[in-house]
Design a protein around this ligand. Structure first.
Ligand SMILES: C[S@@+](CC[C@H](N)C(=O)[O-])C[C@H]1O[C@@H](n2cnc3c(N)ncnc32)[C@H](O)[C@@H]1O
Length: 182
């Protein structure tokens, strides 16, 4: 009976991940160890008030970032139920009171209060986010995205990571021209 229940729950969890992956067009693949290490090194130089990971997955980035920046509020948006629940449970045992895990569709969230935006998504997702970034992000906000860049934008900086896929981390800094009145 216990084995049957475990099998049924595993099947339901797999189905849930698969259906959300199809809807999102991306699976909850975690950032690799080497990319994470490089990204954390880059974030050491920053002193943000609010950081967001758009699609936090299993929490591979948000937990270490929240520990690295205890003075900042770190938000992880994730709409896939199983990874979201996994992060909620993980948070019970990790000392990260500054981390907010939210089950939301990040396309519908207002991003204007964030100083740092983190992404590990997919080409169409980056294309969809471009307009949102243009309209909502404030001057000075940094976007760090790895593997997939923002189409048509020139990164402020980029770094090649010595991992299996030779991944690239891209940084974009939002710089809005002030409107000058005649
Ligand atoms: C490739 S994973 C990256 C996970 C994590 N950021 C990391 O680097 O380890 C992308 C995540 O984005 C989530 N996602 C995709 N579209 C989303 C949306 N519209 N709203 C919230 N989460 C989304 C997926 O469920 C998946 O977990």
């Amino acid at each position: 009976m216990i084995l049957y229940t475990i099998l049924l729950l595993s099947l339901l969890a797999t189905l849930s991940i698969l259906t959300t992956t199809m809807r999102n067009r991306i699976s909850p693949t975690p950032t690799s160890y080497k990319v994470k290490k490089n990204l954390l090194k880059l974030l050491e130089e920053e002193s943000p008030h609010k950081i967001v990971d758009l699609g936090a997955g299993w929490g591979t980035l948000v937990f270490p970032i929240a520990k690295q920046h205890p003075e900042a509020t770190v938000v992880g948006y994730e709409n896939s139920l199983i990874p979201f629940l996994f992060m909620k449970i993980r948070q019970m045992v990790s000392k990260t009171p500054n981390l907010m895990i939210e089950r939301r569709n990040f396309y519908k969230e207002n991003l204007s209060s964030y100083d740092i935006v983190i992404c590990y998504l997919f080409p169409l997702g980056m294309k969809k986010l471009k307009d949102k970034f243009t309209h909502e992000l404030k001057n000075g906000t940094s976007i760090y995205t790895h593997t997939f860049s923002i189409p048509g934008w020139t990164p402020t900086q980029k770094w090649k990571v010595k991992d299996l896929y030779r991944s690239t981390i891209f940084q974009y800094k939002i710089s809005k021209q002030e409107k000058v009145n005649d």
